[in-house]
Structures are given as structure tokens and as C-alpha cells.
Design a protein around this ligand. Structure first.
Ligand SMILES: [Fe+2]
Length: 300
């Protein structure tokens, strides 16, 4: 991004900011003496956040033996190091709702939620990356768009048409206006928020083409989620979702054995479906459960 745009953006008073609960949790994470009780006491003050953490602990992301009914149990079960990125993830809907912009941000948010669960899915193939870190990095990779819509809404008026449907076109539009795209801006905002540098670096490289040699890294999960998201969105719009997902999972950048592709596609769409429920946002077609059940029955 040209320096004049970047300076204007980073000094704007309406730039999105993190809720207090998140800055408190990030501060706790920087203190090795912080306890489970410290985290629970802060989280419990935020009802929406508490509900989402408990819901996630009971979801397919984690396989708990019994029902988890309160924040303390959920934090203990998920683990302190994993709960910190999750709190940032769940706070983002609040960040979005308090962001002042005339632009309709729902398409941006839907794609970000999709990116988040796809990055989490890919962490299964990246032994060195935690699911929660991948989820956070996936969700925040396009945060530069949110900053741009807040500070330069008129410039995003045309580009908003591509938030959901055509990420490459969005990037082209941004390049034409700013001389760079949102992946160059997002890391500055994340740094300002105190988000770990690994997450900011993943945003910076999110538009690069993933290669098999990088499998195992957070950057690979995030850039891979971008590829998968475009395939899924195309599949939703063309009514050939399963074929698009299978085609994407057959890509040379991802090591899925040919005989495992169909199962992986069903697992991936199952995670997206579960994530829709956790974030309360509609992404997949209404008949997705019927479609997944049909494929499972055929394979059994
Ligand atoms: Fe992006």
C-alpha cells in the first residue's frame, strides 16, 4: 500500500479495535503466573464469549467424553494456550458489529469464517500447527479489508461486490486503488492489536500459492485455506460443491491419498457446517446435511 494511504489508515480514529476482554486475555497470556481461574474470571464476564467457548468445547472440533457446561470446564478442557487464540476468534464478531462503515460487511465476514475453519481443517495435515492458532490466523488473514472499509469506504464501494464471490478481483481492485492489497495492510493492524507475529506473518503471505514443501507451517494452512475457500464458494454458486472440494483436495500442494479424498471432503464440509452453527452464520447450501448423509450412506 502506498505510504500516504497506510499512514492515513493507521492513524484513523475509527480504525477497528479489540474489546477490553481480549486485551485483558492477551495480557494474561504474556504473564506466566496466570492461572485457569484468572482466565475464567475474565471470560465469564462476557456472556456471548462464554457461550461460544462452551459450544465449541462440545463441538466436533473437540471430542469431549461428557457434556461441558461451564466456562471453567471449557477452558480446562481446551487448554490455556489454546483458549487465547479462540477468545480473539470469538471476539471478532463483536469487532465487526462495532465497526463503523457504510459497506455491507456480511460477505466479508462469511468468507472470513469459512477461511477460519478451512485453516483449522488444514492444521490436521500440518503437525506443527495447533487447530486454534490456525483458526485465528485463517479468520484474521483478510483483516486489512475491514480496516480499509472503515477508513476508505468510498474506495471499497465497487470492491465490496467481490468480498464473497471473487477474491482475485478484490485484490486487483485494491491494487489499482492503493498500489497493494489487504494482505500488506492487515499485519500492521494485527501488530497494533498485540496479536502474535506468527499470525501477522501468515496474513502477509496469505495470497501466495501453497506448496507441499511448506506443509506443516501456519503460513501453508492460511494460504491453503484461501485456495479451498475459492473452490467452495465456486462450488456453492455452481451447485457442484462436493466435486469442487474433492478437486481442491486433489491438489498437489496437499498430501491427501486419492482413496481418502472423498472422506476428507465430507469431513471438511462437516467442519464448515459445524462452524456455521458456532458463529451463527449461513455459508453452505440448506441441503448440505442431506448431501453429506447421502455420501456417507453410499460409502458404508
Ligand atoms: Fe485475502
Amino acid at each position: 500500500m502506498e505510504k500516504r494511504f497506510l499512514d492515513q489508515l493507521l492513524t484513523a480514529k475509527d480504525l477497528p479495535s479489540l474489546p477490553v476482554v481480549v486485551t485483558q486475555v492477551l495480557a494474561l497470556s504474556n504473564n506466566s503466573a496466570s492461572s485457569l481461574m484468572d482466565y475464567s474470571e475474565i471470560i465469564i464476564r462476557d456472556v456471548a464469549l462464554s457461550t461460544q467457548i462452551i459450544k465449541l468445547a462440545n463441538s466436533a472440533y473437540y471430542k469431549s467424553r461428557g457434556p461441558i457446561v461451564n466456562v471453567r470446564q471449557a477452558v480446562q478442557f481446551i487448554g490455556l494456550s489454546s483458549v487465547v487464540p479462540l477468545i480473539v476468534v470469538f471476539s471478532m464478531k463483536g469487532v465487526l458489529s462495532t465497526t463503523k462503515s457504510p459497506i455491507d460487511l456480511l460477505p466479508y465476514w462469511k468468507r472470513s469464517v469459512l477461511l477460519s475453519c478451512l485453516s483449522a481443517f488444514l492444521s490436521r495435515y500440518a503437525a506443527g500447527v495447533s487447530c486454534e492458532e490456525a483458526m485465528l490466523a485463517g479468520l484474521l488473514q483478510d483483516i486489512g479489508v475491514l480496516a480499509g472499509c472503515t477508513v476508505f469506504p468510498a474506495k471499497y464501494h465497487e470492491a465490496q461486490n467481490y468480498f464473497w464471490s471473487d477474491h482475485d478481483k478484490l485484490i486487483t481492485e485494491e491494487n489499482a486503488i492503493f498500489g497493494n492489497d489487504h494482505s500488506a495492510v492487515g499485519p500492521y493492524l494485527l501488530e497494533k492489536w498485540g496479536i502474535p507475529v506468527s499470525i501477522a506473518n501468515a496474513a502477509l503471505s496469505s495470497h501466495q500459492v501453497p506448496v507441499k514443501e511448506d506443509q506443516g507451517g501456519l503460513d501453508w494452512c492460511v494460504s491453503g485455506s484461501n485456495i479451498l475457500a475459492s473452490c467452495i464458494i465456486r462450488g456453492i454458486e455452481n451447485h457442484n460443491l462436493l466435486e469442487e472440494v474433492q478437486g481442491a483436495l486433489n491438489g498437489s500442494w496437499l498430501n491427501v491419498a486419492p482413496e481418502d479424498v472423498e472422506d476428507a471432503a465430507v469431513a471438511l464440509l462437516g467442519i464448515v457446517s459445524e462452524t456455521e452453527s458456532i458463529f451463527e452464520v449461513a455459508i453452505l447450501p440448506d441441503d448440505i446435511e442431506k448431501m453429506l448423509k447421502y455420501v456417507s450412506d453410499e460409502n458404508s
